[in-house]
Design a protein around this ligand. Structure first.
Ligand code: BG6
Ligand code: MG
Length: 211
């Protein structure tokens, strides 16, 4: 067995919440009066909520107080949570569920490694609440990706050496985090553009060719 564990990013890998992040940030950018598009949104993948706001404010001509920044990140999250309420197990797609089950059947452990503080809520929405062997997310880390902390915590929770873990990521920041953590990584979606991963996946089930 090449890997003892697979650590999955959540947003953009297990489920497609990135559209909801985009819609919520777009409303905030419009309220502030700054330009925002999908290219900027891609830079927010894997990055924390507060760091995301700083990136959105790069084109803002002025200075926001900490209270104003808190207002905008709280409001973004409220809009985002409202959109997430619409999610159900149907948003998972049969391929993801089937692939997760097949990896598990090989005796490989599975964990989540996500910067999101909403990870457990999202997992509940898509019916994976108690599925993973470990969940490492925004609630147990100090530094978000590209810092390796979230993946190192996941491997620690699983009790598996980092070199035995494969990370699955859609974000540049996440691929960089995996490399620093000494973990192999498989890129999917947007992540395949960067030439940083050990493997590029055309589809989620391609993982079965690797593990
Ligand atoms: C990551 C997303 O999974 O979580 C980022 O890719 C997001 O775009 C980050 O900013 C933090 O998410 P949340 O849900 O805590 O605002
Ligand atoms: Mg992601």
């Amino acid at each position: 067995m090449r890997y003892q564990a697979v650590i999955f990013d959540l947003d953009g890998v297990i489920c497609q919440t990135d559209r909801y992040h985009y819609l919520a940030w777009k409303r905030i950018a419009d309220e502030i009066g700054v330009y925002f598009d999908e290219v900027i949104n891609n830079r927010l993948r894997g990055i924390s909520r507060t760091e995301s706001l700083e990136i959105i404010l790069e084109s803002y001509d002025g200075e926001l107080s900490q209270a104003e920044k808190n207002y905008y990140t709280d409001k973004k999250n409220a809009i985002y949570l409202d959109l997430l309420k619409e999610m159900s197990p149907e948003d998972l797609g049969p391929e993801v569920r089937d692939t997760l089950d097949r990896i598990r059947a090989k005796g490989i452990l599975e964990a989540i490694g996500s910067s999101s503080r909403n990870a457990k809520f999202i997992l509940r929405q898509v019916g994976l609440e108690n599925y993973f062997d470990a969940v490492s997310d925004g609630s147990n880390i100090t530094n978000s990706k590209p810092d390796p902390e979230v993946f190192l915590k996941a491997s620690e929770y699983l009790g598996i050496d980092p070199r035995g873990c494969l990370v699955v990521e859609d974000a540049r920041s996440g691929l960089e985090a995996a490399l620093v953590a000494n973990m192999d990584c498989a890129a999917i979606g947007d992540g395949t553009k960067y030439n940083l991963a050990n493997y590029n996946l055309k589809r989620f089930s391609d993982l079965l060719l690797i593990v």
